[in-house]
Design a protein around this ligand. Structure first.
Ligand code: AGP
Length: 610
């Protein structure tokens, strides 16, 4: 997710662009840039890091110009540095473009453009767009015709803003999958990723829909389709306050990020699934198939929620790829004398890519000769830069301290990695196709579960006063029990523990009474009947049970005091669905208890110290 803002009108653009960028910084903050245009030239200023770094670099003498665009970046392709920062310019320096999204066929386009003499400066997918527009402009026609022609050649998602010396008072904007709007001022107009960037100047906006282009000048704007046919669009008045806009209309970033999971999963999976071959395309592993085949053992290492997804990865890898796998707390791995060699693959899982223990564990693994991979969300983070290869989650910034969308994206990325490793070994093409199809279907199944949020909210009302909660699950859902317990304790401060359901008889069953709710994760999977027996043991002792079950379940439903249904999927993917009610349960309980949901006491989003 990146932030884009543009201005054209009678005022100097630079101060307005920088102010707008600051409002969009929650969308991404690893580099920033501004571009101003007049009828002679484009002036571009870019800097790595937060917008304050760019402001410091610009100093008091801001670039002059009444039309300009600006961008704050959440890197997807290319490290977060000045060269890769947006806006990007064409060979002739007469065009500048800012982009939010992923151009999936950027590689093919880049090769063709380079063969036609275009000189690329960055590693980004975005830069192909500005050279395509340059090429079409050179053939004649207007800026909007050139932009439309370029967009008809790309696959993927975009929200873009383009300026040109050819039409120095004009911004051409376009949307496909990434939000963009036109904001209408008095004798001036803006474009922006969301209204927070322009709220100080106007509340009248036109939201672009996918496949639409806007031509924006100081006193007029037009909305067109990709065939440049004009269309009417309603003007909306924005009533939200700034904080609410940043949270997408939700009360907290955590709820926004829970609700974003259909989209974040689509972004994690985008470009990886090969249904025909029943396998996965993973370009970033930097390991050949021969090297992957030499791997005879996998060690997953992580902390917290990421350690929970690592447990799921262990189960996946042993079931489908038949590779001996284990999971290590990073803080433990780094200090014991682990057995690691050149045939060990050590996989570090980290949303932030900056967790000190995980980073140290990976460094120790490398020192001992292991190959290392990172499953990371933040592009260009320390872990991402130090491992041999990896998979980026592309889940977008996760602001809430309690990790939610990163967890489900980690599971999806682990499934993709398992698919790749399994199909190099004994996993059949039919089994592979089944996994690919189930992964592709996940985002819509997630939407169905999230639509039941109000059911979970009612259960939260009943559980919010508990002093202790027990979470139980088996197989792939044992780690979900751990994750549900962690979510609850870290944001509501209620003591909670997760256990394998069968372990209950080895101690925790002594805790069962009508004051301690027991949450069972009991989807219709290979161990379902075993979990039903455990639920009966709890009910026999007067325990109160909330159960997450598969749609249409009757076995558990007659036993549980509360239940939430999730759709059926492959066993290895059930955690992506069963964790959702537990994320919501923790959220609603914490809200009712008046806790600081996004920034719980004593916690930090990234633990960069030991
Ligand atoms: C999870 O909700 C917590 N915020 C915490 O356990 C987190 O998962 C852990 O600190 C690891 O962070 P990482 O994924 O960024 O490495």
């Amino acid at each position: 997710m990146c932030g884009i803002v543009g201005y054209t009108g009678p005022r100097q653009a630079a101060p307005l662009l920088l102010e707008g960028l600051k409002r969009l910084e929650y969308r991404g903050y690893d580099s920033a840039g501004v571009a101003l245009v007049d009828d002679r030239r484009i002036e571009v200023h870019k800097a790595p890091g937060k917008i304050s770094v760019l402001e410091k670099q610009l100093g008091a003498s801001l670039p002059r110009g009444q039309t300009g665009i600006a961008h704050t970046r959440w890197a997807t392709h290319g490290a977060p540095n000045t060269v890769n920062a947006h806006p990007h310019t064409d060979c002739g320096g007469t065009l500048a473009l800012a982009h939010n999204g992923i151009i999936e066929n950027a590689g093919v386009l880049r090769t063709a453009l380079a063969q036609r003499g275009h000189v690329f400066r960055s590693e980004t997918d975005t830069e192909v767009l500005v050279h395509l527009i340059e090429e079409l402009l050179a053939k004649g026609g207007t800026l909007v015709e050139a932009v439309a022609g370029a967009l008809n050649q790309v696959e993927g998602t975009y929200g873009i803003a383009v300026i040109s010396t050819r039409e120095a008072d004009t911004i051409v904007a376009a949307r496909n999958g990434s939000p963009l709007l036109v904001a209408i001022g008095a004798g001036e107009n803006f474009v922006a990723s969301d209204a927070s960037a322009v709220l100080a100047h106007t509340r009248s906006v036109v939201y672009l829909d996918d496949g639409e282009i806007a031509v924006v000048r100081p006193t007029e704007y037009r909305i067109l389709d990709l065939r440049t046919v004009e269309k009417e669009k309603a003007v909306t008045r924005v009533d939200w306050d700034l904080a609410t806009i940043e949270r997408g209309g939700h009360a907290h970033f955590m709820l926004k990020e829970i609700m974003e999971q259909p989209e974040s999963l689509r972004n994690t999976l985008r470009g990886h699934l090969l249904e025909e071959e029943g396998t996965a395309r993973l370009g970033g592993l930097n390991l050949t198939d021969e090297q992957l085949l030499q791997v005879n053992r996998i060690v997953f290492t992580a902390c917290g929620t990421s350690w929970h997804s690592a447990l799921i990865g262990e189960y996946m890898m042993e079931e489908l790829a038949r590779i001996p796998s284990e999971v290590e707390y990073a803080s433990e791995f780094r200090y014991r004398n682990p057995i690691v060699d050149e045939r060990t693959l050590v996989v570090g899982i980290s949303q932030s890519g900056e967790t000190a223990d995980t980073l140290a564990a990976l460094r120790e693994a490398k020192r001992r000769g292991a190959r290392t991979l990172g499953l990371v969300n933040v592009v260009g983070s320390t872990i991402a830069r130090e491992v041999d290869g990896g998979i980026y989650l592309h889940a977008g910034p996760e602001i809430g301290v309690a990790s939610t969308k990163a967890f489900t994206s980690q599971i999806a990325a682990l499934a993709v990695l398992t698919l790749k490793m399994g199909r190099l070994r004994s996993l059949s093409i039919l089994q592979g196709r089944e996994v690919v199809r189930a992964l592709a279907k996940l985002p819509e199944l997630v939407e169905r579960v999230l639509a039941k949020a109000s059911e979970v909210e009612r259960i939260a009302e009943r559980m919010m006063r508990a002093a202790n909660v027990l979470y139980l699950g088996r197989g792939y859902n044992f780690p979900v029990a751990l994750e549900g317990a962690l979510k609850l304790k870290e944001i509501s401060y209620i003591h909670a523990e997760g256990y394998p359901a069968a372990e209950m008889k080895h101690g925790p069953i002594a805790l069962i009474d009508d004051l301690m709710p027991v949450v069972f994760i009991a989807p219709k999977d290979a161990v379902y009947q075993k979990v039903v027996s455990n639920i009966e043991e709890v009910k026999a002792r007067g325990g109160r049970v909330m159960a997450v079950v598969t749609e249409g379940d009757t076995g558990v439903a007659r036993l549980a005091d509360h239940k939430v249904e999730v759709p059926e999927t492959l066993d290895l993917l059930t955690p992506v669905l069963t964790v959702l009610p537990l994320q919501l349960l923790a959220y609603y309980i914490a809200v009712r208890r008046g806790c600081n949901v996004d920034q719980p006491r004593n916690l930090a989003k990234s633990v960069t110290v030991e």
